[in-house]
Design a protein around this ligand. Structure first.
Ligand code: ATP
Ligand code: MG
Length: 393
């Protein structure tokens, strides 16, 4: 029945030159999402609207499901296209459409016509009235309500005539690529994939970095992170995932620094390295899954000590969320089941029994001087042996 989709997007702040950047990025992401679907599609931008036209048979649910992953879409309207074969035929088509879409005719409606083809013999208002009359005539239970109708029936007159009345909610947000790029510190946990999803929802393209500690962590733990990156890339678009071998740095910190400060010092080196990769690859900020008070390394004091080494902005979209709220988003985006797989994590292996919960930045800085002899060299090697994987859905 449906041959097209009208894509609705929130236009706030989308003016002038920004408008076509916004629309072009939105079309790119729609294309990326539809690549996974059976069938052939054309994406059209006309007169401030974006349409997806199906050029072949397609699976309606599959297309809608995938369009729901495209940030920037506020609504998806399935459209019926009919040929222009005179006004009487159009009335018949609209009557048939209403019959199919609304089996229960006890409803109020309003007709809203847009005449994109100006040589059409009737004006918009006339079309509204005449189609309204035809519907009232066909279905005695229906009533007109111009203020708060149950059904807003849209008629768009183009080469063909488009009929639509339902809006399936999209994910909202802004199209990927309209807001630069960020570097996600992606662990195998629940929080960081959610953090990546949330920042990419604001139009930010993602890269990611994972700190791996072989042989203390297994290939399965690494594969889990790759799988999570792939799940996030369904929404964010392709991700370059940097895998950094962190083992020697961790062992060196373990050897030289007080054990209750291991986690904090380790996290400071993660931030330093992530920042270095971000600078080299054009990311404008770091993204983490941290949430105040969740664990010892996420108290206000610990966050301050970690943040102390960052010169780039650090975005922490989960910062004020409870675990349960984060879990709900991870279930929605389908990362939860993968996140809870029980593989070891580089942080859990070297973690102290009683980590400091109120680290003092000056003390941490002083203890880091114990690392002076070899740390720069170890960081250089870690960066040089960076393994980069291109991940896409
Ligand atoms: P998550 O569920 O995201 O793993 P967490 O509650 O386990 O978070 P931590 O282990 O303290 O918290 O990590 C805090 C943040 O630091 C993570 O959200 C992530 O952004 C980053 N991080 C931690 N470990 C790694 C790692 N091995 N590689 C990359 N980033 C990491
Ligand atoms: Mg973790």
């Amino acid at each position: 029945m449906y041959k097209s989709f009208l894509i609705k997007y929130a236009e706030i702040g989308v003016k002038g030159k920004n408008r076509y950047i916004f629309e072009d990025r939105l079309c790119d992401q729609i294309r990326y999402a539809l690549k996974r679907c059976e069938g052939e599609f054309e994406i059209r931008k006309t007169q401030g609207r974006i349409y997806v036209d199906a050029l072949s048979e397609f699976d309606f649910d599959e297309v809608v499901e995938n369009l729901k992953t495209v940030f920037g879409i506020s609504g998806i309207c399935p459209v019926v296209q009919v040929e222009d074969e005179g006004f009487e035929k159009l009335c018949e088509d609209v009557i048939a459409y209403m019959d199919k879409v609304y089996p229960d005719k006890n409803l109020t409606f309003k007709v809203e016509t847009r005449r994109a083809r100006k040589n059409y013999p009737k004006e918009s208002m006339e079309v509204n009235c005449d189609i309204g009359a035809a519907l009232l005539n066909a279905y005695s239970e229906m009533r007109v309500d111009v203020h708060k109708p149950d059904v807003m029936l849209h008629i768009e007159i183009r080469e063909k005539i488009y009929i639509y009345s339902t809006v399936i909610p999209g994910p909202g947000g802004l199209p990927i690529g309209t807001n630069g790029k960020g570097m996600l510190l992606l662990s195998g946990g629940i929080d960081s994939p959610v953090a990546g999803y949330m920042i990419s929802k604001r139009g930010v393209k993602l890269d990611a970095v994972y700190f791996n500690a072989p042989p203390y962590t297994s290939d399965r733990a690494k594969q889990k992170v790759i799988d999570l990156a792939r799940l996030v890339s369904k929404y964010s678009g392709p991700i370059n995932l940097h895998i950094i071998n962190f083992t020697d740095i961790q062992l060196y910190i373990y050897e030289k620094c007080p054990h209750d400060e291991l986690t904090i010092i380790m996290r400071r080196y993660m931030m330093r390295i992530a920042q270095q990769i971000a600078e080299n690859t054009g990311s404008l900020g770091l993204i983490t899954g941290e949430s105040i008070g969740q664990v010892a390394s996420q108290t206000m004091q610990s966050l301050a000590a970690t943040n102390d080494v960052c010169t780039m902005p650090v975005y922490r979209p989960c910062i004020g969320m409870d675990k349960q709220e984060i879990v709900e988003i991870s279930e929605k985006i389908n990362t939860y089941e993968t996140s809870i797989l029980p593989y070891e994590d580089c942080c859990t292996i070297f973690v102290a029994k009683h980590p400091v919960t109120k680290p003092n930045v000056n003390v941490i800085r002083r203890h880091e001087t114990n690392l002076e002899e070899r740390i720069d060299e170890l960081v250089r090697v870690a960066l040089e042996t960076d393994e980069v994987l291109h991940i896409e859905w």
